[in-house]
Every structure is written in C-alpha cells, then in structure tokens.
Design a protein around this ligand. Structure first.
Ligand code: AGP
Length: 608
C-alpha cells in the first residue's frame, strides 16, 4: 500500500517529509517522491527505488520551503519508474498531487482530457487527477479539488498543493485512509500515524467524503458541499519505540519476540477469573443479542483468514454457534442470503484491507450486524463496524503478520468464551479457559527459547524448493499459516493441508526432497497424525514434527522434533504457530530475502 506524508508550518518541509516517508517504508513501495512550494513554484523530486535514494537526491538539490507533500508508491497502474512515481503534476507543473487508491475511470477521463489539450507524462491513473484539477479554472484550491473529484470513480486518499495557493495543502479521502496530524503551530498529513508520531500524538481521522484544508495556522474539514465537518482529535496510544527496530535485525523478528507482551496486551482487562468470562465492552452486544445469534460469518484475507479458521473451532465449541469462514474477496460476490440472526465478523490487522471492507458492506446489505477484530486503532474497518475488539498488539511493521495472528486467535477465543457464557457454557469451563489464557504469555516465552534449535533446523532446509505443512483440527489452519509465512518471505513454494487429506493426492509429492512439517500437539487427534507421519516416512519423506512436551519421543519417526508447552487444544495454535514463524524467518534470512519487505507484497492491501 502506498504512503502519503504532508507538512505545512514554520519548519523546512523536506527533512520532515523524508523522515515521514522513512517511517512508512514498511508498507511496501517501489518508488518515492516529494513536492515543495519553494516560493516561486512547486519543485518536485521523485525516483524509482528506496527512500534512502530520494534522501541522497534531496541532499544534492536543496529544496527550500515550509509546505510540501511526499509519497511512497506500490505500483498498481504503470511500472515502478521515476516518471510514474508520485507526486504527479498538471501540464504546467503548477499543481502537484500524491494519491493512494485506484481511479477506476482513469482511462475515460484521460481520453477526454487529451482531447481537451492536456498532455500526459506518465501511464498512471493518478496523473489524471492533477489534470482534472487544472481543468477547473476558477475557485479556491479546495473548490477545484472537490469539483475535479466529482468526476472520479474509485478510491482515493490524496494531498494536493499548488503554486497559486502558497502555504496550503488540500486533502481528500474516499476509500483510502488519510489522517491529519495536529502539531504546535504546524500540521501534518499522513496515510498512517507512524509518519507523524515523532511530532504529534494528536490526530484527526478523516472519513470518506471528507476534504481537509490545511494552512500554516489552521485546518478545517469540509464535505463536498463545503459544509464544515466536526472531526474529533484522537490521541495515538503507542510510542515511536513500537515502530523502531530496537536492536533487532528485522521488524519481523522483533514482532515474533514481542508475542508474550502483545498477547498480554490483548488479554489486559478482559479476563474475569471469578465469573469465568471475558469483559468485551466494545462488542456492543447485549446478553439478548448474544442469545439471538444463529450464525457467524467471518470475513478476512490471508493470515487473518487463517485466524478466522482457528476462531471457528473456538466459537463452535464454546458457544455452539455455527461459523462460516469466508475469503472476503470471494464472499462479496456471492448471493447475500439474508439469514436472520447472522453476525458478521471482519478480521484485519491493518483495518484497511479493501476486500474485507467490501465484504463488510455486502454483509451489512444482507442485514447482519458487523463486528471488527482489528489491530490498528481508528482504522476504516474499526470505524465502520457496529462494534468489535481491538487486538492491542501494537504496530505490526513487518509485512508478514506474526503477533497480530496470535492476538487474533486470543481475541477470538475470548469472544467464544464470552458468547459461550451467555449461552450455557459452565462456570467451571469458563474459569478453566480463563486460567489457561492467563498462562499463555509465559508459555509463549518458553516457545521463544526454542529459537536457536529452530535456527539450526533452518540451515538444514533453507535450500529446499518445496515444503508441505500438515495439521488436523484446530491446527490445520496453523499448517496453512506456516506455509504462508514460509512462501511470502522466503519465496519457497509451500502448501498447507489437513493431514488426513494428504493421502487424497499430495502424498504423490513425498520424496526425500520434500520436507514435511507436521503440526501435531498432543490432543485427541494426535495418534491420527502419527499414522500420517508413518505414511510419509514410508515414502522417504523428511519429517519436522511439532509436538507438545510430554508427548513422548517420536524416535525414528521424525527427523526433527520440536516440543512446545502443552495447553488446551483451542489455544494450541498460539504455541504451535510461533515456531513456524521463527522457521520461516530464519530460512528467509539464510536465503538473503528482504524479510520485512518481501517482493511484490505490501503490509496492507488497500486495492481490490
Ligand atoms: C500475512 O502475513 C500477509 N501479509 C497477508 O496475508 C495479510 O494477512 C492479509 O493481507 C490481510 O491483511 P489484514 O489482516 O491487514 O486485513
């Protein structure tokens, strides 16, 4: 997902813009640029490549000015080249603009603008916006922007400056997040709070349809009819340390190691030991609402979808409510059956995933209440949901999701516990689960002590071309997640399968070159998984077995055995998924991959 930064105030803009871009780098980008009002016009610097290349360029060509915008781009339309980098300008270079999102009618608009004499410098949809604004010949910059956006179909978060409007930035939002940072006599624009946190904790989250006008001494938010919109100022509750490496080589390793604390944060204030329940006020569900739920449909993508699959076991077992876990991108195109008593739950770390947002709209159109299980406070999904749970896992910077995944599982177990206790789950069962949840952080601490063993294992398998991950029951989603972690950061092909399903085809893949990871904690399916291991062993497969302490030595059956602390089956995915995160991390490092910014990936996929 692209990153937007803007500044207007009394300080030089370029250093602030570059620092902001640097803090957004984790979101995925392939080019970067900035534009500053330098007193006699708008000066643009942009290039393909990392932000540090832009920093070097900015040092060579000193650009002075106290009002500017900047952007890191993750290419959707047009190759990642310098010309296609943002900002984009109009014909005369008077207007400069940065954009997140996709303009769906860009081709038609471009054709009409070309007929009107406009000349284009790039292949991007964004450049069309600059010419649309140019075409509106009169009015304030905000009036021109509003008029131009009236012709646009698609999603956008934009920031615009013009040499005719010194000391002013106009911002608009529709479907792509943008916030304002309110400083002391200065104002910021950003697509993510990380870009402004060094300067202010006070932010204003814009809603779809908002237009904001920032000047050197004030800001205001208006709608398309220029009516003032009251938007509250929120305080960011995490600190810069959370988005700094803190001595770790990569954010991913830092976030893997943060999991004891991130799980503590997810649990904080929510465990009711006496009542054997969970305090989940944000759900906005009365006891009666909980009783009337007939069906739950989970909407998510990627790792969040895997967490939803784990959550299905928890909610069905604890609350007796049937759960469908849907790929958000598929769900939104299916016929929406208005089934009474349906509760939709959108799961998302970023809270900005376009497919999940669209699926929420589809679920709401079918008449259901929609909850959000989200990590980023103030994100679009969080604000559009009827209620929900924040994960409180802290910013997740690494593109590969790790601590958010385990916090999503914990949050879903808390939800299952709470719903269950409203629907007949016994006090004793509730108390047992609360106790096991409270123990989880220190068990995760023990799992992290396994890192050296896993790193050694990574050396043996870093050159494999394929991996198979197998699990049963609540650990089948862990097999899927382990495979996703490996493929998205090491680029090794990996598949997750239900262990029993292997004999219906995938077993043909088994030979001495195929490492097979079995996620096999000691639970009611453990002995079934052992027989699957024997099937693999008999065909020369190399087995990495993830079992639980006390499960007994697998002997010659497994080539490698990793034992994790024993917990109740519903929580076992938390302790079994972490060794797979660590394995994927070390294999990727050994293969020289960019662990925090894997190729082709972005931290938040805000395009469909
Ligand atoms: C996970 O490692 C991936 N980066 C990706 O699958 C991610 O989980 C997915 O894009 C959903 O993102 P969200 O949780 O922010 O909605």
């Amino acid at each position: 997902m692209c990153g937007i930064v803007g500044y207007v105030g009394k300080r030089q803009a370029v250093p602030l813009l570059l620092e902001g871009l640097r803090r957004l780098e984790y979101r995925g980008y392939d080019s970067a640029g900035l534009a500053v009002q330098n007193g006699c016009g708008v000066e643009v610097l942009k290039l393909a490549g990392r932000v540090r290349a832009l920093i070097r360029e900015a040092r060579k060509t000193a650009v002075d000015g106290t009002c500017g915008i900047a952007h890191t781009r993750w290419a959707t339309h047009g190759a990642p080249t310098s010309p296609n980098a943002h900002p984009h300008t109009d014909c005369s270079g008077t207007i400069a603009l940065v954009h997140n999102g996709i303009i769906e009618n860009a081709d038609a608009l471009r054709a009409r603008l070309k007929q009107g004499g406009h000349h284009f410098k790039t292949q991007t949809d964004t450049e069309v916006l600059a010419h649309l604004i140019e075409e509106v010949s009169s009015g304030s910059l905000e009036q021109r922007v509003i008029s131009a956006l009236g012709r646009v179909e698609g999603a956008y978060g934009i920031a615009v400056i013009s040499q005719d409007d010194p000391g002013k930035i106009v911002v608009a939002r529709k479907g792509s997040p943008v916030l304002l940072g309110v400083g002391n006599g200065e104002f910021f624009v950003a697509s993510d709070a990380a870009a402004v946190l060094e300067h202010t904790r006070s932010v204003v989250y814009l809603d779809d349809g908002d237009v904001a006008v920032l000047t050197t001494d004030s800001y205001r938010v208006i709608d398309a009819s220029a009516r003032e919109q009251l938007r509250s100022v929120a305080d960011i509750d995490w600190d810069l340390g959370a988005i700094e490496l803190g001595g770790y080589p990569h954010f991913m390793l830092k976030e893997i190691c943060e999991q004891p604390d991130s799980i503590r944060s997810t649990l904080r204030g929510r465990l009711l030991f006496e009542q054997g329940d969970a305090r989940l006020h944000g759900l906005n569900l009365s006891p009666r609402d909980c009783e009337n739920i007939r069906r739950i449909v989970v909407l998510a993508c990627g790792t969040s979808w895997h967490a939803g699959l784990v959550g299905r076991y928890a909610v069905e077992e604890l609350a007796g409510i049937p759960v469908d876990v849907e790929y958000a991108s598929e769900y939104r195109y299916r016929p929406q059956l208005a089934i009474r008593g349906t509760l939709a739950i959108a799961i998302s770390q970023s809270g900005e995933t376009a497919d999940t947002l669209e699926a929420m709209s589809a679920a709401r159109a079918a008449g259901g209440k929609v909850l959000g299980l989200v990590n980023v406070v103030g994100s679009t999904i969080a604000r559009q949901a009827d209620g929900g749970l924040y994960l409180h896992a802290g910013p997740e910077i690494g593109v590969a999701s790790t601590k958010a995944f385990t916090s999503q599982i914990v949050a879903l177990v808390l939800l299952g516990l709470h719903l269950g206790r409203q629907r007949g789950l016994s006090l004793a069962q509730g108390r047992e689960l609360v106790y096991e949840l409270a123990r989880l952080p220190e068990q995760v601490d023990q799992v992290l002590d396994l890192e050296p063993v896993i790193e050694k294992l990574a050396r043996e398998y870093a050159h494999a071309d394929n991996f198979l991950y197998l699990g049963r029951g609540v650990n089948f989603p862990v097999a899927l997640e382990g495979a996703l972690k490996l493929k998205e950061i090491s680029y090794i092909h990996a598949e997750g399968y239900p262990a029993a399903e292997m004999k219906h085809g995938p077993i043909a893949l088994i030979d001495e070159n195929m490492p097979v990871v079995f996620v096999a904690p000691e639970d009611q399916l453990y002995h079934k998984v052992l027989s699957n291991m024997q099937e693999v062993k008999a065909r020369g497969g190399r087995i990495i077995a993830l079992t639980t302490e006390g499960a007994g030595d697998l002997g010659a059956l497994a080539d490698h055995e990793i034992q994790v602390p024993k917990t109740v089956p519903l929580l076992s995915p938390v302790v079994t998924s972490i060794p797979l995160q660590v394995l994927a991390y070390h294999i990727a490092v050994l293969r020289g991959c960019d662990v925090d910014r894997p190729r082709n990936l972005a931290k938040s996929v805000t395009v469909e």
